[in-house]
Design a protein. Structure first.
Length: 207
């Protein structure tokens, strides 16, 4: 029943490459292969992953072409980007734009890069909030632990305003976004009680 004290920020990238179609048997050299162009960029984007920093650049969908005998004149991909700090995002953003700026003859590339959520970070006052959650956990006999997941929430926006933020105080579960996703029913009442007590303790401190 860990609570969330930090979260990664995330950004989305959509890239479209346009080349020139040609018959793959008769005139393959006339064609400009959009899939190959985009695949090479995908490999370079994948190289931006940095496990030590928790930075991920994941190509999540890739499609292109229209017929098995035609050099593909179009391809597109979506990329998910995650990071723990704005400084890291700015570094990765610059690297992404550099990769996509490379010009290959006969191929045009268009893209949209959107910062979806800034990171949920520790800010002044976070220690006090965490101590309150620890106190509520201790009073209810719930072992305290915290995590810093890659998934985002609306708490990311609140933290970016400089407001101390803790989320993920609901019931436990796992295997998110898979057919095996589950909820641990027996954690619902303890987590709800801890949240309620945390709010009560915060209210007492401000009276």
């Amino acid at each position: 029943m860990a609570v969330v004290t930090q979260r990664k920020g995330n950004a989305y990238l959509h890239v479209t490459a346009k080349g020139r179609a040609a018959h793959a048997g008769n005139e393959p050299t006339v064609g400009k292969n959009a899939i190959i162009d985009l695949a090479q960029r995908a490999v370079r984007l994948n190289a931006l992953n940095d496990n030590e920093k928790g930075t991920t650049v994941s190509v999540t969908t890739f499609s292109g072409g229209e017929n098995r005998i035609v050099i593909p004149d179009h391809a597109e991909m979506y990329v998910d980007i995650r990071f723990y700090t704005i400084a890291e995002w700015e570094k990765v953003e610059q690297a992404i734009r550099s990769i996509l700026a490379k010009v290959n003859e006969g191929i045009s590339v268009e893209y949209e890069l959107i910062l979806n959520r800034p990171p949920l970070s520790l800010v002044p006052g976070s220690d006090e909030l965490i101590d309150t959650v620890k106190a509520a956990s201790a009073e209810l006999g719930i072992p305290y632990s915290d995590v810093q997941p890659g998934g985002v929430s609306d708490g990311n926006f609140v933290s970016a305003l400089g407001v101390p933020t803790i989320d993920g105080m609901g019931p436990s579960g796992g295997m998110m976004c898979s057919p095996e996703e589950y909820l641990e029913i027996d954690t619902m009442v303890p987590c709800a009680a801890r949240l309620a007590l945390t709010l009560a303790l915060l209210g007492q401190r401000r009276v």
